[in-house]
Ligand binder design. Structure first.
Ligand code: MN
Length: 313
């Protein structure tokens, strides 16, 4: 997906000392003639990253047609995870793949990649998340890559868990990442309560897709993201009426990043250079074959210098 937000707003979020911080989503229109709107919980003013997770867009269920023309990425990996629908992916590595519910598609756009995403005819209702992972400095020029993985469903205290990145509940994803990470979908039936063993060096985020969920005693509404800091060896989730959540985790990233449009870099000047290279079509991003249309032009840079994002220590 491409970030085509025109006018980012700042939001506030509630915080409980030592408890779970509730990050509320803001609606972001993605533009275009048949515009879809997403609910963005990362980044926001108070929190830019959870582990290396630096971008969290949640969308649907909507009967919309997604058509995102070829656009570039740097310094990140994109994670596509669908609950329903189907998206056709094409990239400048030459990959032509279909994103389907319950299957991870992880694209690496370190030094530079371009891709397009179009929902298919089979996709009457689109519902899912689009997540980005910042690459650590040592690997942020990593070559283009694309990994696909359909995790098994494991049962934990009546809940169904699918681990697409990292390890949880005895299930380990074989997908390679550049920092220690966790990504899982958890479906809780009504009345479920489960305690998950987690790495105490990780911070975690629980994105509520549908239903109601209580995380470590804090109630979360659908669409919100509950943040739990490091130092916990377990996470307790419960639901009265049933819920589906996406659990994200990772070691605190520890580096400041500069994010603008679809680029992750370290400095303003670097982002300006990436933008210039996309506009003059250098080999950095390559070409997407098979997309029936033209590529997305980069939006104009904002006035002033782009500032780095990090997290409060
Ligand atoms: Mn994209």
């Amino acid at each position: 997906m491409s970030n085509v937000e025109a006018d980012p707003a700042e939001v506030t979020c509630a915080s409980t000392p030592g408890g779970v911080e509730v990050l509320e989503p803001r609606d972001v229109p993605l533009g275009g003639p048949r515009a879809m709107s997403v609910r963005r919980t990362l980044p926001q003013k108070q929190r830019s990253l959870i582990g290396a997770w630096c971008f969290c867009d949640h969308y649907g269920p909507d009967s919309v047609h997604m058509d995102v023309a070829p656009h570039p990425h740097t310094g990140l990996q994109t994670v596509s995870w669908l609950f329903s629908g189907e998206i056709e992916h094409r990239d400048s590595l030459g990959v032509h793949a279909f994103v389907r519910p319950g299957e991870l598609n992880l694209m690496t756009g370190g030094r530079g990649i371009a891709h397009s995403e179009v929902s298919t005819e089979a996709s009457s209702v689109l519902h899912g998340v689009q997540l980005w992972l910042a690459l650590p400095d040592a690997h942020r020029d990593a070559p283009r890559d694309f990994q696909h993985y359909a995790p098994p469903t494991v049962a934990v205290s009546g809940a169904s868990v699918r681990v697409f990145l990292g390890s949880l509940a005895g299930s380990t994803s074989p997908v390679r990442t550049f920092t220690p990470l966790l990504g899982a979908e958890i479906v809780l039936p009504a009345g479920a309560s489960l305690s998950l063993e987690v790495a105490s060096g990780f911070e975690h985020g629980v994105l509520v897709d549908t239903g109601d969920v209580t995380v470590e005693g804090t109630a979360l509404r659908a669409g919100s993201l509950g943040y739990a800091g490091t130092g916990r060896s377990s996470l307790t989730l419960s639901s009265q009426d049933g819920a589906r959540v996406v659990l994200l985790g990772g070691e605190p990233f520890g580096e400041e990043i500069v994010m603008w449009w679809n680029f992750v870099g370290r400095t303003h000047d670097e982002i300006v250079a990436y933008r210039d290279e996309w506009e003059i079509e250098t080999e950095r991003f390559g070409r997407v074959e098979g997309y029936p249309g033209s590529r997305l032009p980069a939006p104009p840079l904002p006035g002033g210098r782009l500032r780095p994002r990090g997290n409060p220590a």
